[in-house]
Structures are given as C-alpha cells and as structure tokens.
Design a protein around this ligand. Structure first.
Ligand code: PMP
Length: 456
C-alpha cells in the first residue's frame, strides 16, 4: 500500500479532479480525502475516519454501500463476459433483462430504453432524438430546447447548456444557441413574500408562454425539467406546477423530457418522480439510481409516440446514427439488474418515503426555529435547509459569506457529509434509502450543532 504522503503528492501532481478549484488544490488548500471502504450509509477513508454519507456520494448510492448482491453480480458478469457491444441487435442476458425491468417500472406509455453511461450522455441522446423526431416529421425548424434556470442536466456542450447554472456556462462559451431558459419553480427564492404559491405557479406558466410566444412554437422541440429541482437547490415544485406546465407544452406540441437522473427509482418515495407529480413525459432520463452507481450506466426511456417515428425514420434513412461503444455495457447492466432486485426485495422505495418524512421532521425540529433558517423542505429522501439573513424579509446572505459552505464544513467536523449546493446557502441531504430513523436523528442532531457553531 502506498504511504499517505506519496499518495497525496501523486494526487496533487497528476489528477485533474472534476468540479474542483484547481489552483487551490495544487496549493494544498483543498484537502484531499482518499476513500477506502463503504458500508450502508457510511464511508471510511484511508486514515480510518468514518463518515455518515448523507448525500449518498452524488445522490447516487441509493441502496447504500457494500452490497454483496451487486458486487457479486458484477464479478460474475465480468468473469462470464466482461464486454460485448449492443450494435445491430447484439445484447446480453443482463442488458435485455434490465431493459424489461426498467420498462416494467416506468409509466405505461413508454416503449423502449436506450442505455448510455452517464446522465449527461443520456440527455445528449434525448436532444438528438427530439431533433431526429422533428426532422422525420418534416419540421426541421422545431429544434430549440427549453430548460429552467437552476436546472441540472449534465456538463457536456449541449447538456451543460441545458444546465441553468452560471458556473457551467461562463468561460465555456455556453449556452449553445439552441437552448433557451425559463423560470424555475423555486417558490421560496423567486416569489416575493406576499405572493401565494398559486400565483407563483401562474407566474411560471406566464413566463413559459411569453418565451414560446417570443421564440415561436414552431421553433421549439422540447422542454426538459427535473421533477423536483436537484443540484439547483433541491426544491420540490409548488402544487399544480407540472399539470399547468404540461398543458402549455401540449397546446404548442412541445415534447417533454423528464430528467429523472436523481428522482428515478425511488428517491421521492415513488418509483419515478413522474408518478409523484403526475407528469406524462415523452422521454425520461435515468442514471444514478439505475445501478446505485455500482457501475456507470444511464438510459433514455422513449415513449410509444416517439418510438413509432424513430422506426419510421430508420425505414427512410437506414440504421440510426447514434451509439456509444459502451451502450448497455454488460457489467453495468448486471449491476442494474441486481440493484433493482435489491430495491424491491428490501422495499427501499417505500423506505425512502417513510424515513424521508421522518427525516424532514427531524431536520425541522433541530433547526427549523433558528432565526437564520428560512426553509426546511423536501420530498422523500431529497431534503434541504436554506439559510437566510432575515427570515421575515426573506433576505439572503451575501454569497461572499459562504454560509452554506461553512455549515457543511462544520457538519463534516461532526462526521456527517451533506452537500453545500452550488448556488445559494443551501445544505442538501440525499442519503441512501436504507437510512434508519436513528441515523436520521443523528444527522439532524449534528446539523443543529453545526448551525449553532456557525450562526450562533
Ligand atoms: N441530470 C441530473 C438531474 C443530474 O442530477 C445529473 C448529475 N448530477 C445529470 C443529469 C448528469 O449526470 P452525470 O453527472 O452522470 O453526467
């Protein structure tokens, strides 16, 4: 085993870490943490420090760490056949079984699943399918994609454009011209104190209508949104938001892409966020929870309506010109099958709902009354606490005070990982679905201490 100082040196000299302040890391001002093992909701680093991971990695290790059912399935698949491609009708038992299992769990109007590697490439596939669809239907102008400010859909060129966060645009010449953004359903931050939720939903609808009017419905192919906003702030939508938005999209013949990378396979306490909020998407993006991140795998679930046109397209143009070497990788597929079986066997979707409600309540009890806590919100095991300078005026802290990041650091000192969300003073919690009530109490209690140490 390498010595710690050697590993540290190699890390800082060779490893380009994503989403990291590169210069500060090189200077040694960003600590490196080398993770060694994981079990249930906990990870342990190479120094033996054990942490309760209340963000499940990047809200992806949904069944928890160290599940032999999944690692054994991966090992068996690797021994039997580590790789074969899925082009021109090829597959493996694992990939075919997983496609069936995904469709069995998805909304009824869904027809097929295309497998990729990451949430980003699955959304890339979605956009290409929207464009292909409209080309085949003879509407080559109908191509723009509407996304929401604060939405998160990946960090490629197209998907980074769809992502509505400044950090992902500035200095990368994004967004691309085909992407336009509209209001996010973020009631707490965007509505003024006197505005009702109902009025705010109407405001979101009006903004969308105005955008469509300005751009022309015949130039807009699709709208993409996460059922509940994730990286942009962990915000469940206000009641009535999705039916109202969907009515506008239907009226203008605009396709709907539900990005369920975070919400798919149970995080909200329903198998899909689309069930939870009554969304009827034309395409669904899946990734993280598909394998609980035991292996990289993502997918695009395609509706009957779009599938018919895709078949028609290949009759006209020949085989579809879209594929990755690793589409439906057998190891990822084997992990996916074992993961979905485990979710069922342990009733983890139901647990995400019940322990999620318990957890939100515990967070509320621990910090809800604090003068600088503006909102404790959540749905299932997707929860957040937002800090404000003044509760009554709903006045936010200056970003330079880094209140959210400081609370997250204080919480880490207590042995709990939560995520300081990238925009705003928001601490996010998205633990594995196997979290117990005792662990929920522990996280909430330690958050109480952390908030006290930072904000008094
Ligand atoms: N969509 C959503 C909703 C996500 O949260 C993420 C990742 N956090 C992505 C897409 C992109 O997934 P990946 O990082 O696997 O490319």
């Amino acid at each position: 085993m390498l010595r710690n100082d050697q590993l540290d040196e190699w890390d800082r000299e060779n490893f380009f870490h994503p989403s990291t302040h590169l210069a500060e890391f090189a200077r040694g001002n960003v600590p490196n943490r080398v993770i060694k093992t994981g079990s249930g909701c906990h990870i342990t680093d190479r120094d033996g420090v054990k942490l309760l991971d209340a963000f499940a990695g990047l809200y992806c290790v949904n069944v928890g760490y160290g599940r032999p059912e999944i690692s054994d399935a991966i090992a068996e698949q690797a021994k039997e056949l580590a790789y074969y491609h899925a082009y021109v009708g090829h597959g493996t038992e694992a990939s075919i079984t997983l496609a069936k299992m995904v469709l069995d769990r998805a909304p009824g109007n869904m027809s097929k699943v295309y497998f990729g590697l990451s949430g980003s490439d699955a959304n890339e596939t979605n956009v290409k399918l929207v464009w292909y669809y409209n080309n085949i239907l003879g509407r080559p102008e109908k191509k723009k994609i509407i996304s929401r400010w604060r939405g998160y859909h990946g960090s490629g060129l197209m998907t980074g454009s769809l992502t509505g966060l400044e950090l992902f645009h500035k200095a990368f010449d994004l967004p691309l011209a085909q992407v336009i953004h509209t209001e996010a359903p973020y009631y707490y931050r965007r509505a003024d104190v006197s505005m009702s939720e109902e009025a705010f939903v109407q405001h979101c609808v009006d903004e969308l209508e105005a955008l469509i009017e300005r751009e022309g419905a015949d130039t807009i192919g699709a709208f993409i949104g996460e059922p509940a906003l994730g990286t942009g702030g962990l915000v469940p939508p206000p009641a009535g938001y999705w039916p109202a938005i969907q009515a506008v999209l239907k009226k203008h013949d605009i396709l709907l892409i539900a990005d369920e990378v975070v919400t798919g396979f149970g995080r909200l306490g329903s198998m899909f966020g689309s069930f939870h909020y009554g969304i009827e998407p034309d395409l669904i993006t899946i990734a993280k929870g598909l394998t609980s991140a035991y292996a990289p795998l993502s997918g695009t679930i395609v509706s009957d309506k779009m599938w018919k046109v895709l078949e028609e397209g290949t009759d006209k143009l020949g085989p579809i010109g879209h594929g990755w070497t690793y589409s439906a990788h057998p190891i990822g597929a084997a992990a996916g099958v074992a993961n979905l079986e485990l979710i069922d066997k342990l009733n983890l979707v139901e647990n995400a709902g019940t322990v999620g409600a318990y957890f939100k309540n515990a967070l509320n009890e621990a910090v809800g009354a604090h003068a600088n806590v503006g909102e404790v919100r959540g749905e299932g095991l997707l929860c957040a606490v937002e800090f404000v300078q003044d509760r009554d005026k709903r006045a936010f802290f200056d970003a330079s005070e880094k209140v959210g990041a400081r609370v997250a650091s204080a919480l880490l000192e207590e042995g709990v990982i939560a995520r300081a969300m990238p925009q705003g003073d928001i601490i996010g919690f998205a633990p594995p679905f196997c979290m117990t009530q005792a662990e929920a109490d522990e996280v909430a209690g330690k958050l109480g201490k952390a908030v006290k140490s930072v904000l008094g």
